[in-house]
Design a protein around this ligand. Structure first.
Ligand SMILES: [Zn+2]
Length: 317
């Protein structure tokens, strides 16, 4: 079901699952063409002053052994269900598009063509959302891992989002741009570090840095969720009781809502990551705030209900 907003943009109203179910039936019956779901565009909703679209960069395959490495593998697999494929787990990768007035903001740029063959698909999603890369006014990063920032430069080494300014937490920028970083990391991470440094160098003249606690744009507040990386941040978007854009502070809701103290293999500092994960879940459940996750099953929006000292994930879209 659709409603037409005051700005004339199409919004998928609350009951996306019902819409998808009805559409699937009509496609099977030959009433609707198969590409109708793509025509519906990315999941879009209103949050405060912003129209938020969950765009897709595709999917990522990670070794399932990274999820709760100290937990029993069968317990992890039971929680992840069909996301587990052999020894891998398949996760979504979903940057966000935020539109308000003249601002067209992209939150993270995806993986680009150099990470995994199933990712780097953001251009198609932006097109479905009706946005040209040149129309993006600001790119805001949650952190500088490959699946969040390698989609920034084109083949010519220049930013794909040619008219945008770029925004990253100061700690994150300083960590990744340190000239001696590659030599301090494990040998097998050297290529990743250098590729990330190449991306950041491509927009170093157009970068502005921010700190946790700042309101970087009206209604967009920075939350310190260090741990996954040294300068990882989440954002709280004003409107209603608030929406927390977790990014990778909570990699997967099925596993880490019930077990917020389980480790995630790609967290740089497990204790800090765990403390900040718990902080977000507590904030969300006591404040009735919605949560949105970059790698959660699409579109990845839900609430955290406190239960027995942990949380239950209740998707709301
Ligand atoms: Zn990620």
């Amino acid at each position: 079901m659709f409603d037409i907003s005051m700005t004339g943009q199409k919004h998928l109203a609350l009951d996306r699952r019902k819409f998808l179910g009805i559409a699937a039936g009509l496609i099977a019956a030959g009433v609707l063409p198969k590409n109708v779901l793509a025509l519906a565009g990315p999941y879009t909703f209103k949050q405060g002053d912003y129209d938020v679209s969950v765009v897709s960069d595709g999917t990522l395959q990670l070794p399932v052994s990274l999820i709760g490495p100290d937990a029993k593998p069968e317990d992890v697999k039971a929680l992840l269900g069909a996301m587990v494929q052999g020894t891998n787990v398949q996760f979504e990768a979903s940057p966000l598009l935020l539109r308000s007035g003249s601002e067209v903001i992209l939150m993270d740029t995806g993986s680009g063509g150099g990470f995994q063959p199933t990712a780097g698909k953001i251009a198609g999603s932006l097109k479905e959302a009706g946005v040209e890369a040149s129309a993006i006014t600001k790119v805001i990063f949650t952190h500088a891992h490959p699946d969040h920032c390698w989609g920034t430069l084109g083949a010519d080494g220049k930013p794909i989002f040619a008219n945008a300014s770029f925004h990253m937490a100061e700690i994150e920028w300083n960590f990744w741009t340190a000239p001696d970083l590659a030599s301090k990391m494990p040998k097998d991470m050297e290529g990743m570090v250098k590729a990330t440094q190449g991306q950041l160098a491509g927009f170093k003249d157009k970068v502005a840095m921010f700190k946790p606690g700042a309101e970087i744009l009206p209604g967009i507040n920075v939350l310190d969720t260090a741990g996954h990386t040294p300068g990882h941040v989440s954002f709280e978007l004003a409107g209603g009781d608030g929406l927390i854009i977790t990014a990778d502070a909570i990699i997967n809701p099925m596993v880490y809502f019930p077990h917020p103290d389980w480790k995630f293999g790609f967290d740089a500092d497990h204790a800090t990551a765990m403390a900040n994960r718990k902080k977000l879940l507590d904030m969300a459940s006591t404040g009735k705030k919605k949560l949105l996750g970059y790698h959660w099953p699409y579109p990845g929006i839900g609430i955290a209900e406190a239960k027995d000292g942990a949380y239950v994930y209740v998707p709301t879209a």
